[in-house]
Unconditional design. Sequence first.
Lengths: 165, 165
Amino acid sequence: MKDNTTDQTLCPVARAETEVGDRWTVLVLRELFARSHRFEEIQAQTGATPQMVTARLKKLEEDGLVERRVYNKHPLRHEYHLTEKGEAFFPVLLALRAWGEAWCKSRKEGRAVNYTHLTCGKAAGLGPVCESCGEPIHRNELAAERAPKYQRERDARWEAFKASR
Amino acid sequence: MKDNTTDQTLCPVARAETEVGDRWTVLVLRELFARSHRFEEIQAQTGATPQMVTARLKKLEEDGLVERRVYNKHPLRHEYHLTEKGEAFFPVLLALRAWGEAWCKSRKEGRAVNYTHLTCGKAAGLGPVCESCGEPIHRNELAAERAPKYQRERDARWEAFKASR
DNA sequence: GCTTGTCACTATGAATTTCATAGTAATATG
DNA sequence: CATATTACTATGAAATTCATAGTGACAAGC
C-alpha cells in the first residue's frame, strides 16, 4: 500500500496506524497478549476468517511485532509470539481497554478482565497508573484474571469453533 | 455491520474497535485533538477522500464521540468537536503516539509534537506520566508545540490541497 | 492399515468497501 | 458578474472482505 499521507509523515500516530490501524490486527494482538499463540485459537477468539488471520499475522511479522516459532516439524507448525516491539504495544491496548470499559459498555456489564498489580498486591484498575499504589503499570507486573462470564464466553467460542469443523 | 464477535462480547478492546478500529477514524480523531474542526482541514490533513471523511464523522457522531456545531447558517455549515466521550479517547492517542515515536520512526527523525506539562512547566515526554514530574498526564494540562519540520509538512499539505481544487 | 481427528492453512466467488476523479450547491467577495 | 470558498455528492473501476468449502500432512485409535 503506497500511502503519501502516512508513510511520509512525521506524525507518529499516522505511522503507527499503517501497522495497527485495523480491527483484526488489534484483535490478533489482543489474543497474543492473552497468550493465545496458536493459529486456531486466534481465529476462534477473534472470529476472523483464516485468510484474515493469515494476512494480519504475516503483516505483523513483516512489521516486526510478531515472530513465528517452530513448535513442531513434520508437519511444520508455528506458534506466534510478540517481539519486543509487539510487547511495547501493551500501553496502547491498556488505554483502549480502559476507554472501552468506561465508554463502550453499560454499567451493569462487569469488567472482562481484572488485573492485580504484583508489585503492591492489590487491584490495578484501568491504568495507566495503579489505582492502589499509584505507580505506572507494566505488563510484566500484572496478573490477569478473567471474569467468570468472560471466561465462559471464550470457552463457548472455542467450543462453537471446534464444533463447526 | 452485524458482528457477533465484537457486539456481543464483554471484551472492551473488541467493543472499542467497533467504534475506532479503522485508520481514517483514528486520523480524524487526531485532527480533532489537534484542533482542526472544519471538514476541509480534516480532509487535507488526513489525506482521506471526502466520502471517507463524511462517513467517519457521521459514524463518530452516531457513536457519541463527535458533535456538530453550527457556525454558519445560509449556507448551513458545521464544525466538528469532540464530546466528553471523544475527549476521553486522548490516553489511547497518547499511547499510540508514544509507540509510534519509539517504534515506527528512525532515531534521527525528530518528534512531531512536543508537549509541555503545564502543571510543572517542563517537558512532558511521551507519557503516560510526565517525564519531568512523574504525574499522570491529562490533556488539559498540556501545551503542544509542533516541531518546525512537522509544521511545515502540515502547511505544505494544506497548500497542496487548496491548489488541487 | 484404515478410519477418524488435528492443525494450519488455501480456494473460490459474491458482496462490500475504497479510491480517484469529477462535479454540485449555496453564498461571499471583488 | 466572475471568481472564490466550503462542504460535500456522484460515478465507476479496483481492491478487499466475507462465507463457505476444501486440502495436505501427519498422529492416534481400533
